[in-house]
Write a protein that binds this ligand. Structure first.
Ligand code: FAD
Length: 733
């Protein structure tokens, strides 16, 4: 019973210390009050002194107020007025009314006695000059505590600054590209300038390559048997610097001393508390970045020209460092009671854990661990929709946990980081909603976009969508849209690259007319498939439209594929569109633009070709368009449009189309414009081919690749050898 009471009272004292630490109390008041507490000022009896709150007796004591005023004058300088106000209003309330600081100080200076000469058991009727030993430890303790909080914010800010520096470098690089400086420079003289030689070196060694010589980037690697995505070398370097900064900031600048008044004679406890607070604060400072980099409407995407993939890498890694700090914070607070001298650690821990804010902290830590574990490629790629739903769900509860965890800690000012994160998330959702409404609300009476879906050979879906909004009409290579198919799933949305744009000039039919169910000349062997296919991939709508080419996977796309087949003819489909998102690689800044795509990856490269031919090729004089497919059936996805497009090309623009059909040794009925460029039964030797292109090219060459992970990694190897600009679309994040 007695032990329990002792522990409880000790716990209350500890809470009191914590409150002192967290209260918005001027340091000047706290330091001087530490001196005053040891004296029996007139108006106070020894019984009063045993109480925690002396205000009622002290505030009515002229010597007390005088001693405090003197202490303020000697130790506080500019803070004195604020501290006096605090003493009057917050501590004394009405009790010390009409006691002006200056007049109290003037009166006090007539009767000063040094503290060392006073008998502390007797009431005091004069002003006390507190000794430095009485007040200095408290001043030092609070100063150090405040310094730790300030440092934690500075270090957290430093991790943000590292990211900001990366962003600034990205912006500079983007401006450099878009002004076409590099391309222009390399055209001026064949003899390479120092800058172009060093940028080639940087591309060879750092910017283009995968991290390791095994070339794994688009393909996943394995770490301790777990599938992991390996960032590129430049991303890894940036991440390594970021991680090092995150580790290094944990170590410096702790001042531990035995006369610390919060944690006396216990340096390990002080250190533990400082580490706990530092990591907790750093963790919070990274929260807005985590939200910003996962948002689709992240302005950084536009200013840096980096892909959403790259920001997803940043999102993942900052989440990990944030969790790392959160975990250290939790561990430190778990160890904290065990380091408290004179208490049973477990009993004290249990007492701490009765506090709601402590429980919310535990919940947030556990949820953070789950969120990270569930985002591993093993789970994410196997069941993306499940991952997404649980991710959002857990993040909501994680944020609620954090919110209640810090709501009562005003001094550390955690809330602004939470507000910023919620604001970023809300802004993203709001813009997405606005985009959805703008794009869809007027499109059809139903509120949905009406489009036509058909099955193409080699398991592909062609979705033709009317482009009823101006921002969907301009050919913007690299653009992708999210498609919702409410008849299959109300909440799922999937990204697909806009593969082709169609102008109103080449009308074929109207969506209002009966949808064409033409005799197909393709895939005749499969009854269902043939009847759900169109013989033509050309335009279906009266107005401008765009096409998506969709390779069915296991989820929504598989259901859509089945639905079209079951319809036995092209399917009129209501969809909701969100977008467009995505960025255009500055391929038109280079004399030779090389596109290497595999299978449905053609959706990423075709718009560049279409723009170069129908709008403007920019600085490009030569386009090499390499497409690798398994069978000649896949050519039907684009061959009709491709042939038309090639006919339109201006003679000043050289275009080489190279098609590789890997699983066939020959094919019949190939359209003439394509027939000459087809290679059967083999894949290209990418390294050799890129080397040939670079060797014969008169000046700048850039490569864009989009294909299966293996192909992307092979191209990355090749462009690393050459040190030329490289852009990759990977259809995954
Ligand atoms: C920017 C971008 C552009 C793309 N463009 C095309 C394109 O033009 N043509 C094409 O065929 N495919 C494209 N994809 C891939 C396409 O989004 C997925 O194949 C599709 O979402 C799979 O849907 P599912 O339900 O059938 O997938 P599942 O069978 O459940 O999963 C198959 C794979 O797709 C991934 N995936 C599933 N849902 C999503 C999602 N909402 N967002 C991102 N990845 C997801 C999974 O991680 C998994 O690796 C693109 C992907 C991205 C990120």
């Amino acid at each position: 019973m007695f032990t329990r009471a002792l522990v409880l009272s000790s716990f209350l004292t500890l809470i009191q210390v914590a409150k002192t630490v967290l209260a918005d109390e001027p340091i000047c008041y706290s330091g001087c009050q530490a001196g005053a507490t040891t004296y029996l000022f007139s108006n106070c009896s020894s019984t009063d002194l045993s109480l925690v709150d002396f205000a009622s007796c002290q505030c009515g004591s002229v010597p007390y107020l005088g001693s405090m005023a003197l202490c303020y004058a000697n130790n506080c300088k500019s803070e004195a007025a604020v501290a006096w106000d605090y003493l009057q209003q917050d501590i004394c309330g009405g009790l010390a009314a009409n006691t002006e600081y200056i007049s109290t100080l003037n009166n006090a200076t007539h009767y000063i006695l040094p503290g060392s000469t006073i008998d502390k058991t007797q009431p005091i009727y004069s002003t006390v000059l507190f000794s430095q030993e009485e007040i200095e430890p408290t001043f030092r303790t609070i100063n150090e505590y405040n310094r730790q909080i300030w440092l934690a914010n500075v270090y957290g800010g430093a991790t943000n600054v590292v990211v900001l520096i990366y962003i600034i470098l990205g912006v500079i690089n983007n401006i450099y590209h878009h002004l076409g400086l590099r391309a222009a420079r390399s055209r001026v003289s064949k003899k390479k300038s120092m800058i172009s030689r060093s940028s080639q070196y940087l591309r060879k060694k750092f910017i283009n390559p995968a991290l390791f010589h095994n070339g794994l980037h688009s393909r996943q690697g394995r770490l301790l048997g777990v599938r992991v995505t390996i960032p590129t070398r430049i991303e890894s370097i940036a991440l390594a610097i970021f991680l090092i900064v995150n580790i290094v900031i944990l170590f410096p600048n702790y001042r531990l001393f035995t006369d610390n008044t919060y944690w006396p004679d216990n340096n390990p406890l002080q250190l533990c508390r400082y580490i706990a607070d530092r990591t907790g604060i750093v963790s919070f400072t990274q929260l807005p970045m985590v939200f910003l980099f996962s948002s689709k409407n992240n302005v950084m995407l536009y200013v840096t020209g980096w892909s959403y993939d790259r920001f997803t890498v940043a999102h993942k890694w900052i989440s990990r460092t944030m969790f790392f700090h959160g975990l250290v914070h939790s561990i430190a607070y778990t160890v904290y009671p065990y380091l408290t001298i004179g208490y049973d650690g477990w009993t004290l821990y249990k007492l701490y854990a009765t506090d709601l804010y402590f429980q919310y902290g535990i919940v947030a830590t556990i949820l953070g661990a789950f969120i990270l574990a569930m985002a591993m490629p093993t789970f994410r790629t196997r069941a993306y929709e499940f991952f997404l739903a649980t991710h959002i769900f857990m993040v909501v509860f994680f944020m609620i946990g954090l919110w209640y965890h810090v709501e009562y800690i005003p001094l550390m000012a955690f809330m602004p980081w939470l507000y910023a994160s919620v604001a970023i998330w809300s802004f993203d959702r709001f813009i997405r909603l606005v985009r959805l409404i703008l794009l869809n609300i007027k499109l059809a009476k139903t509120g949905y976009q009406s489009c036509v879906a058909r099955v193409l050979p080699e398991d592909c879906i062609l979705l033709q969508v009317p482009a009823n909004r101006p921002f969907l009409r301009n050919i913007r290579p690299g653009a992708y849209v999210y498609i919702y198919v409410p008849s299959i799933s109300l909440w799922q949305s999937h990204p697909f690259t806009i593969a082709k744009w169609s102008e109103p000039s080449s009308l074929e039919a109207s969506v209002n007319e009966t949808l064409p169910v033409p005799e197909t000349d393709i895939a005749k062997t499969e009854g269902d498939r043939a009847s759900a296919s169109g013989s033509s991939t050309s335009q279906t709508f009266n107005g401008p439209s765009f096409d998506l080419l969709i390779r069915p996977q296991r989820g929504l796309t598989a259901k859509l594929y089945r639905k079209i087949l079951d319809n036995h003819k092209p399917l009129e489909l209501n969809v909701i569109i969100e977008g467009p998102y995505g960025h255009t690689a500055p391929m038109d800044q280079y004399d030779t633009a090389v596109y290497i795509t595999g299978g449905v990856g053609i959706t990423a490269s075709y718009p560049y070709l279409q723009k170069a031919i129908t709008k403007s090729p920019g600085r490009t004089r030569h386009i090499i368009f390499i497409w690798i497919v398994r069978t000649s059936q896949a050519l039907h996805w684009v061959q009709e449009d491709l042939c038309k497009l090639l006919k339109e090309a201006d003679s000043s623009l050289a275009i080489d189309v190279e098609i590789y059909i890997t699983k066939e040794s020959q094919a019949e009925d190939l359209p003439k414009p394509l027939a000459d460029s087809i290679h059967f039964g083999a894949r290209p030797n990418v390294i050799k081919r890129i080397n040939e292109i670079v060797t014969v090219s008169p000046s700048s060459v850039a490569v864009l690749a989009c294909g299966p992970p293996g192909l992307n990694d092979e191209v990355r190897c090749a462009v690393s050898e050459e040190g030329i600009p490289y852009y990759e679309e990977s259809f995954s994040w």
